[in-house]
Design a protein around this ligand. Structure first.
Ligand code: ZN
Length: 380
């Protein structure tokens, strides 16, 4: 078994489903916390399990540079290395190459870049991305794509989208030949990784549609919508998702990469998206920004100096049931490492609770009625 997806209930366009991977089950819609370099910053794996995380995202670019995919492979793969026996998804490395590294050159063959760590030179191709992701051994891996920058004119977006299609074919070809080489696969033909395709097309509806249709023709067990959250407005993000979803097969998981705020997560799930990931809950936490049922809360604000109430009175996470805003503010202002840990823990709990409520609402056909009450939009 490599990947099995079943839709168990529907509510409008939203779907309640279940993905089975070689490392367990994932209830969808799902929010996937980002474990950049084999770690969700500040949160140990046993706490992620306690929070109910069923799948984590790892970044190929970071793990390739440090400690190196060959090291991870020789240690039994990413699951074993980081002691996480639930599901993992890795991205293709493309997005980080384009956003973090000093980019040298993109051509038909691939991308040459310099490491953001030490300036060393590297070259990623679709085949190389597959080789690295197979060595890391995530359950779900992503085709190598070019994340089109924003803004991009039509001609540029089209050329980029077409190259991503050719890279998707190369990714699939390499993957099919090597998919039994994952560290845990043991040459077993039934228990392999799964490769997802990625839709690009910039902010052009017809290019999104063409990309979706042609990516589906190549045929993957799941599809992602990439190239969003690159600086465009939220309305435009929603428009591109709405335009693309109808062209993706109903019986395959649909994944929107790199979004968003809690209210967006709920909204996209309502539109029929099954998987999402975002660094926002963890990154914002390290900057003292908490997402709560009463809106966003800047914990460093002086008005919390004497505030003995919990960060979110409606949250039952370990942080909210034990610590006060005053204490969290103090930790942040004093530069205590615990500040980042506790803030991250609450934000992750909040995101996971949000998506759990969405699943619950879909199950009982209450999504339309509950969505407005589910997600606060006010800012504090
Ligand atoms: Zn909480």
């Amino acid at each position: 078994m490599s990947l099995d997806f079943k839709v168990e209930a529907r509510d409008g366009a939203a779907r309640l489903g279940r993905i089975k991977t070689p490392h367990g089950e994932i209830e969808t819609p799902v929010f996937m916390p980002v474990g950049t370099a084999g770690s969700v910053k500040g949160v140990p794996q046993h706490i992620l399990e306690e929070l109910g995380v069923q799948i984590l995202l790892g970044n190929t670019y970071h793990l390739y540079l440090r400690p190196g995919h060959e090291v991870v492979h020789s240690l039994g793969g990413l699951h074993k290395f980081m002691s996480w026996d639930r599901s993992i998804l890795t991205d293709s490395g493309g997005f980080q190459v384009f956003s973090l590294s000093e980019l040298r050159k993109v051509d038909e063959n691939g991308v040459s870049f310099r490491s953001h760590l030490d300036g060393s030179s590297h070259f990623f191709t679709p085949e190389r991305s597959m080789e690295i992701q197979i060595a890391l051994g995530a359950d779900i891996i992503m085709a190598f794509d070019e994340c089109t920058e924003h803004p991009a004119d039509r001609q540029r977006a089209q050329a980029s989208m077409e190259m991503t299609l050719r890279w998707a074919e190369r990714s699939k070809r390499y993957f099919e030949e090597h998919k039994r080489e994952a560290p845990w696969a043991h040459g077993d033909s039934d228990r392999t990784q799964s490769l997802f395709g990625i839709v690009q097309g910039g902010m052009y509806k017809d290019l999104r549609r063409e990309s979706a249709e042609k990516t589906v023709t190549i045929s993957f067990p799941g599809y992602a919508i990439g190239g969003l959250s690159v600086g465009e407005s939220r309305d435009l993000t929603r428009e591109m998702i709405a335009e693309t979803l109808p062209y993706l097969p109903e019986d395959k998981p649909r994944y929107v990469m790199g979004v968003g705020y809690p209210e967006e997560i709920a909204e996209y799930a309502a539109m029929g998206v099954d998987m999402m990931d975002c660094v926002l809950p963890t990154r914002a936490a390290r900057h003292g920004l908490l997402f709560t049922s009463e809106g966003r809360l800047n914990i460093k604000n002086a008005r919390f100096t004497q505030d003995q109430s919990p960060p979110d009175p409606n949250c039952s996470c370990r942080v909210c049931s034990r610590y006060s805003r005053a204490y969290l503010r103090h930790l942040y202002v004093a530069g205590e490492p615990l500040a980042a840990v506790l803030n991250t823990l609450h934000n992750l709990a909040y995101y996971l609770d949000t998506i759990r409520s969405v699943r619950h609402a879909i199950k009982f056909g209450e999504l339309a009625g509950r969505r407005s009450g589910l997600i606060p939009s006010s800012s504090r």
